[in-house]
Write a protein that binds this ligand. Sequence first.
Ligand SMILES: NC(=O)c1ccc[n+]([C@@H]2O[C@H](COP(=O)([O-])OP(=O)(O)OC[C@H]3O[C@@H](n4cnc5c(N)ncnc54)[C@H](O)[C@@H]3O)[C@@H](O)[C@H]2O)c1
Length: 270
Amino acid sequence: MSNNLLQGKKGIIFGALDEKSIAWKTALKCHEAGAQLVLTNATVALRMGEINKLAEAVNAPVIGADVTNMDDLKNLMEKSMEHFGGKIDFILHSIGMSLNVRKGKSYTEINYEWNTKTLDISAMSLHRVLRTAWDLDALNEWGSVVALTYIAAQRVFPDYNEMADAKALLESVTRSFGYNYGVRKKVRVNTISQSPTRTTAGSGVKGFDGFISFAEKMSPLGNASAEDCANYTVTLFSDLTRMVTMQNLFHDGGFSFTGVTKEVIEQMEK
Ligand SMILES: NC(=O)c1ccc[n+]([C@@H]2O[C@H](COP(=O)([O-])OP(=O)(O)OC[C@H]3O[C@@H](n4cnc5c(N)ncnc54)[C@H](O)[C@@H]3O)[C@@H](O)[C@H]2O)c1
């Protein structure tokens, strides 16, 4: 579905690792909607080389940045503005990493040094990105920043582990920085709370297969795909949603407001 919703807009996409990534699909949709893009990821992800295929498809430069490094972020924003010949209209923060999950530590035995890194990469990084844009005055008025989150910030999903705390912090930064940026420059900041999706980060969660089919059965519309998420994100970057800010927006086929479904009950009766 091609539209011109983002015609003339310029944006930075964080987090496209491979073609399964939500950020990858979002970059394609933003390009289709007429936006000009800069792609970025951590050096280790760039070394995989996959991102160059995307860069070619959306005609965008790739600028490396570790999202926990302020010098990298400053360089990224300055180079992006140079490339665009002006300020930035939108940013996608599509980044998550849990060291304790990766290393198989359960929630009750987490390593706190790893936990500090998890919170920095997955949550405070949004503050770092917004702060860098704020200091450089890099965003245009009515700019839009979207970060991706998961409902484990509100409800317990045991195997989501420390990422639940990271997402709660991410959503809080969204509100607090959203307030400040709204007042200063009418920039809006929101999170999208996405259905479980088969990606590298998603599949790292223990029991993911069972989890994704449970969510499918618990959602009246079924699980939202990465492509659906990309389409939704385009609307949030567009001028059609100018008064939406500081929100956590559920994009999950109705999962978040469903108590139980017939399908799940039937399964329990077996
Ligand atoms: N997949 C799901 O089930 C699901 C559901 C809800 C929300 N989300 C969220 O969506 C976002 C995108 O994840 P995805 O599922 O597309 O997986 P993904 O693995 O494709 O993307 C995660 C990205 O984070 C990047 N990253 C990690 N550390 C970084 C660092 N230090 N600096 C810069 N980039 C770094 C990775 O290189 C990768 O590109 C994450 O925030 C994730 O928590 C995913």
